[in-house]
Ligand binder design. Structure first.
Ligand SMILES: C[S@@+](CC[C@H](N)C(=O)[O-])C[C@H]1O[C@@H](n2cnc3c(N)ncnc32)[C@H](O)[C@@H]1O
Length: 242
């Protein structure tokens, strides 16, 4: 195994377990429910795939998966799982905004990914990802959910989110920022929200996690077709990392 000094490489061995524990299982649950949104044969791009439990689910559904991550060690763990389960995917080490990808994807997935960046960079990254979605295709996001339950909800959400945001920021894992208003961001990116599932941590509405499916309108459709540049070509092709 290569030595990996990327901050996410250092936590690769226990990241998924810690996320599951901290969220009382809601983080993996928000990703798991997306498997019903994926159809056999879909071309799916995972941005910042990490260890890729969600990508494995998609492969079991019969999707064709391309997965990108900056941390080689994350992808190394995914590669081993693929080998054990007899599955194949294209794994690319690099920045998903710069990596050599061609063509469109039916689905682009950004799970617990945009929240690594501050608001401006997250919006820029989202715009890059939307460019990779085929017109009529979808973008999925799983993330921390903004509070819904008034002042108490905002307070409980901050109590749950801010300490981990501060620790992750101090370790260089993410930017310091409030939970994003994903609905507004997706709207600004020209996408139409089709499904949104909130999984609360306890019995009230907050704190919670969310999984969203948003559609990129077809060019010239009644919905507007307003999302960025259309990606060219029907099939994605990418240069594998190994
Ligand atoms: C918070 S983790 C989430 C991983 C996975 N999506 C999940 O839900 O478990 C973020 C991942 O994004 C990767 N990453 C960070 N910046 C990236 C970039 N610009 N391009 C590709 N991957 C990136 C990190 O290495 C890390 O594995």
């Amino acid at each position: 195994m290569r030595f990996d000094t990327h901050p996410y490489g250092v936590v690769a061995g226990f990241y998924d377990e810690l996320a599951a524990l901290y969220s009382l299982g809601r983080i993996p649950a928000t990703k798991r429910l997306q498997r019903d949104w994926i159809a056999r044969g879909d071309r799916v791009l995972y941005a910042g795939v990490g260890r890729g439990e969600d990508a494995l689910e998609a492969l079991h559904r019969g999707a064709r998966v391309t997965a990108v991550d900056l941390a080689p060690r994350m992808l190394e763990r995914l590669r081993r799982r693929l080998g054990r389960e007899g599955l194949e995917a294209t794994l690319l080490v690099g920045d998903v905004a710069r990596v050599d990808l061609e063509g469109c994807f039916d689905v682009v997935v950004a799970n617990y990914f945009l929240n690594l960046f501050d608001q401006a960079h997250a919006e820029a990254m989202l715009a890059r990802l939307v460019e990779r979605v085929a017109p009529g295709g979808a973008l999925f996001i799983a993330d921390f959910a903004p509070a819904r339950g008034g002042r108490l909800g905002r307070w409980l959400t901050a109590l749950h989110y801010r300490p981990v945001n501060a620790i992750a920021w101090a370790l260089g894992l993410c930017a310091w920022h409030p939970i994003f208003d994903h609905r507004a961001m997706l709207g600004r990116a020209g996408l139409v929200i089709e499904a949104e599932v909130r999984l609360s941590l306890g019995c009230g509405p907050d704190p919670a996690y969310v999984s969203i499916r948003a559609r990129r309108p077809r060019q010239g459709s009644e919905e507007g077709g307003g999302a960025g540049v259309a990606c060219a070509g029907a099939s994605p092709s990418a240069r594998p990392s190994s």
